[in-house]
Design a protein around this ligand. Structure first.
Ligand SMILES: NC(=O)c1ccc[n+]([C@@H]2O[C@H](COP(=O)([O-])OP(=O)(O)OC[C@H]3O[C@@H](n4cnc5c(N)ncnc54)[C@H](O)[C@@H]3O)[C@@H](O)[C@H]2O)c1
Length: 343
């Protein structure tokens, strides 16, 4: 049934990413209202509440839930706290949206998804990369058959962007690039080509100052017979450094599609090459270095909201995201054991 009244949203976690996630929600203020914020560091909750003009802020998630009974909780905290906060929100009858990675292991993610299902609340992972405008257009072109049957793809997210400056906690993760970026890139792979038939991964740590791996190369044969090579690196110094852009080359029986720097798509067939620059929605609140990704936050929020208001179907459900997480943790397993995983 379609809703006419605004949904009430509460946000847990008021750190780096919450600034943008909340600003993107405010773009949808005709349908949803942020009613309260929570951070275990009250000064962060107070500061973000002040910026957004929200009257209620807390350092206790439980107290917030008791006081406001929100329809939805958006969890933007560190990964270790995702399962317990999601369960707490569900215990109070709230639908849950959670940042990636859903949980710090596949087992915890499966258990969390099962728990939320048992509570009969809706559960989404805020997987925004597939909502980037150039990536959506590539998918449209594939579906329209512009390059015939795709047989090979390279998805490349490589840079030397100093990601640890904005997110210092990432330097301390034992499992870094596959959980942080692999969740996005392997989800884009599934979005474009469907599920994997087999997977092999190699990882490396180049930056000696961090704990986990900062390079991962994942090779997959997809069920639709596309050979897909997904490359991720935060140690790559090169000419086309344009974080956070993903470059994607797809080869098909009748031509190729290439998403290159500056949101440019080239379509090459027997008739030659046509290029176009995909427009990115310019939000005033977007960080200049993350504008592409920030516009995808809005699109992802709008998709989730469409389901919650009875106007559409959300793509990035918890159940769907388990398939992406399976690839992430299988990639670690493959790298550790130096073996191909078959599905
Ligand atoms: N989709 C994307 O492109 C993207 C980009 C950046 C971050 N993220 C995700 O967003 C999440 C947060 O990342 P961040 O960079 O904002 O981290 P951050 O450390 O800047 O912020 C996290 C906040 O959560 C608070 N917090 C932690 N546990 C809590 C608890 N139990 N109760 C209340 N508050 C708690 C912390 O005090 C902190 O203020 C992570 O899951 C991260 O992967 C996603």
């Amino acid at each position: 049934m379609k809703r006419t009244q605004k949904l009430h949203l509460a946000v847990f976690g008021c750190g780096f990413w919450a600034q943008y996630q909340t600003a993107a929600w405010q773009e949808l203020s005709d349908q949803i209202e942020i009613i309260a914020l929570c951070d275990r560091d009250l000064s962060r909750a107070r500061s973000l509440a002040g910026k957004l003009g929200i009257g209620h802020y807390y350092d206790s998630p439980e107290k917030l839930l008791q006081d406001h009974s929100p329809h939805i909780v958006d969890i933007i905290t560190d990964v270790d706290s995702h399962p317990s906060l999601a369960k707490l929100a569900a215990d109070h009858g709230a639908h849950v949206i959670c940042q990636k990675p859903m949980a710090a292991s596949l087992e915890k993610a499966v258990e969390m998804t099962r728990y939320l299902k048992g509570k009969k609340v809706k559960f989404y992972v805020h997987e925004n990369f597939r909502w980037q405008a150039p990536i959506r257009l590539l998918k449209t072109y594939l579906q329209e058959g512009l390059i015939g049957r795709p047989f090979k793809a390279n998805i490349k997210f490589c840079s030397s962007f100093p990601v640890f400056e904005n997110q210092p906690f990432l330097a301390e993760l034992d499992q870094f690039i596959l959980t942080d970026v692999g969740t996005h890139i392997l989800d884009v792979t599934r979005f474009l080509f469907g599920e994997a038939e087999s997977l092999f991964c190699q990882t490396q740590r180049i930056n000696p100052k961090i704990q986990g791996e900062d390079v991962a190369n994942v090779f997959m044969r997809m069920q639709n017979a596309v050979d897909c090579y997904a490359e991720m690196s935060y140690a790559t110094i090169w000419e086309h450094e344009r974080f956070p852009e993903t470059y994607i080359m797809i080869e098909g029986s009748k031509g190729s599609l290439y998403l290159g720097p500056k949101f440019t798509i080239s379509i090459t067939t027997d008739e030659g090459t046509r290029t176009e620059v995909v427009p990115i929605e310019p939000f005033s609140w977007a960080h200049v270095e993350y504008a592409l990704i920030h516009s995808s936050i809005y699109a992802c929020n709008a998709n989730i909201l469409s389901e919650l208001t009875g106007n559409g179907v959300a793509e990035t459900t918890g159940e769907d995201n388990l398939k992406t997480l399976q690839l992430v943790y299988d990639a670690y397993e493959s790298a550790k054991r130096k073996k191909v995983i078959h599905y």
